[in-house]
Structure formats: structure tokens, C-alpha cells
Design a protein around this ligand. Structure first.
Ligand SMILES: Nc1ncnc2c1ncn2[C@@H]1O[C@H](COP(=O)(O)OP(=O)(O)O)[C@@H](O)[C@H]1O
Ligand SMILES: [Mg+2]
Length: 272
């Protein structure tokens, strides 16, 4: 427990339903984790280890079977409004333009929803500014199918940030992109975060991505779904892509790879 934690998981266990609970079959176990205000954390681990489950718990889409979760000092009792989310598939609505997709949360989330009509001009201005910062000026009136995969992801990050959430949750957001586009988006995310200092929880399979972007990287194990390693990334900021070619950077990636490799070996022995 920590006084100044923005996200505070205290002995959190989750079984997806009563039957699984009766069998003591937990998707995630004994999570104790404190995230500081403005901290950027990344979570890495094999498929099925519970990364998305952790996200659902953090945003109140799932309640823990045991334990307690506090976000911004408040117990999480239902879906949170203070977070924005983006996923691997951009999930932009195909019948809406880029601009209208970005505006969507303001049409849904209070207090924006109630005054959407009166303040629409102001909101449109805000959406245009945000699209401009991610290099999408001029694409406001295009539909998602007229954008590249990288552009769609940029738009979906804008949509996640338009209501100025305190927390941004990203579940493998760059997984489907080519390496160059992915690195461009790392820099866009880095710049948005540097400027606005919202909390970020990034789930990724890409160890380089986690080390480049995060303050702290957590490694999860599968069966049981637990947090097994916490690695603080003390590389200086601001970080430029050049840093990814330094020995300091590579050493950290290597160390994390070692943890994951060791887990996979243990898993293989258990399965034999
Ligand atoms: N809705 C669900 N009902 C039952 N089990 C689930 C459900 N969603 C996920 N699980 C199980 O919980 C575990 C963790 O899943 P998930 O959080 O999606 O992993 P990850 O995102 O790391 O790939 C897996 O064993 C998965 O099968
Ligand atoms: Mg997942």
C-alpha cells in the first residue's frame, strides 16, 4: 500500500466466474502493484498470462474475487471515466470520419456529453489540435478505410485522449504495424506523455518498445498469472530512438528476455 499511488492493487485475485472460483482457478493471482502519478508502466508476458485481465480490473470492467483496487485514491467499483483505451485493432467506427471518431468519447462521457451541442465548436477545435500533434492534419474528413494502419492507430490514440483522461490504457496498440511505423508511434506517444503526463499502462509483446517508453516494466508469468519481475528503467529522458542502439538499452532488453526465457523453460518442464 502506498499513500501517493495513483493505481494501487492490494492482494488482487480474479476468477472469471463462480465455477472457476470454486475450483480455485484464477486468471490472475495476488497482484500487488503501485503505480505513481504520471508513471508510464509496461506489462510484458506470454499470451494468456492475464495482461488484458489486469486492464479490465484497472478500469473496473471486472471486479476482483479477492483484494482491493484503488485508482486516484478511490476504490474501483465500476467502469472508470478517467481512463482512455486503445487496442491492437484500432476499432474506429467505419461510418464516421477521423474527426467524428475522435469526438466520440465527448458524445458519451460526462460532463462533455451534456454540453456537447453548445460546445461542439470548441471540441472540434480540440480534436483538430490533437490530430495535428500526431501528424493527421488534413485527414479529419477521411474515413478509417482511407487511412493506413499507422494512421488509424494514431487516430485511435487521439480518441483515447480527447477527454483528457488521467490514465491511458494501451493493449498491444502497435502490434499489427510494421517496425518503422511502430517506432514513429513510440515517439508520438512519448511526446504526448511528456507534455501531458497522464498515467500509461502499456501491454506489449515487444521488449524494446517497453524499455524505450516505460519508467517501469513488469513481467507476468502464465499459469499462475502473476507479476514476477519489476524492472525500473533508469535510462535518461528524453529518450531518442538512438538510445535503442546503445549497450545500456540492449542490456536491459537482454535481461528482460532472460526472465521470459527462464519462465518458458520452467513452463516446458511442467508440461512434459
Ligand atoms: N471472459 C473470460 N472467461 C473465462 N476466462 C477468461 C476470460 N477472459 C480471459 N480468460 C482467461 O484468463 C486468462 C488470462 O487471459 P488474458 O487476460 O486475456 O491474457 P492476455 O491478455 O495476457 O493474453 C487466460 O487463461 C484466459 O483464458
Ligand atoms: Mg490480451
Amino acid at each position: 500500500m502506498s499513500q501517493d499511488a495513483f493505481v494501487d492493487f492490494q492482494n488482487v485475485w480474479l476468477a472469471y466466474n463462480d465455477e472457476l472460483l470454486a475450483q480455485n482457478h484464477f486468471a490472475v493471482e495476488d497482484i500487488n502493484l503501485q503505480v505513481k502519478q504520471g508513471e508510464f508502466i509496461a506489462i510484458v508476458g506470454p499470451s494468456g498470462c492475464g495482461k488484458s485481465t489486469f486492464m479490465k480490473l484497472t478500469t473496473g470492467l471486472k471486479m476482483p474475487s479477492q483484494g482491493r483496487i484503488l485508482v486516484d485514491g478511490q476504490p474501483v467499483t465500476g467502469p472508470l471515466k478517467i481512463s482512455g483505451m486503445a487496442f491492437q485493432a484500432s476499432s474506429l467506427l467505419p461510418w464516421r470520419t477521423t474527426l467524428d471518431n475522435v469526438l466520440l468519447p465527448l458524445e458519451i462521457v460526462e460532463p462533455y456529453r451534456s454540453n456537447f451541442k453548445q460546445k461542439k465548436a470548441e471540441y472540434v477545435e480540440r480534436a483538430r489540435k490533437l490530430l495535428n500533434t500526431v501528424g493527421l492534419a488534413g485527414y479529419e474528413d477521411k474515413f478509417p478505410w482511407q487511412l493506413s494502419g499507422g494512421m488509424q492507430q494514431r487516430a485511435s490514440i487521439c480518441r483515447a485522449l480527447i477527454h483528457e483522461p488521467k490514465m491511458l490504457l494501451l493493449d498491444e496498440p502497435f502490434g499489427a504495424l510494421d517496425a518503422f511505423t511502430r517506432e514513429e508511434l513510440w515517439c508520438i506517444l512519448r511526446d504526448l506523455w511528456t507534455e501531458q503526463k497522464f498515467n500509461v499502462i502499456l501491454v506489449t509483446h515487444d521488449l524494446r518498445e517497453s524499455v524505450f517508453l516505460a519508467d517501469t516494466v513488469y513481467v507476468m508469468s502464465k499459469s499462475p498469472g502473476r507479476f514476477v519481475v519489476k524492472k525500473e528503467i533508469d535510462l535518461p529522458r528524453p529518450r531518442d530512438l538512438e538510445i535503442t542502439y546503445t549497450p545500456e538499452f540492449t542490456n536491459i532488453v537482454h535481461e528482460l528476455r532472460g526472465h521470459i526465457g527462464a519462465m518458458r523453460k520452467t513452463g516446458a518442464t511442467i508440461n512434459q
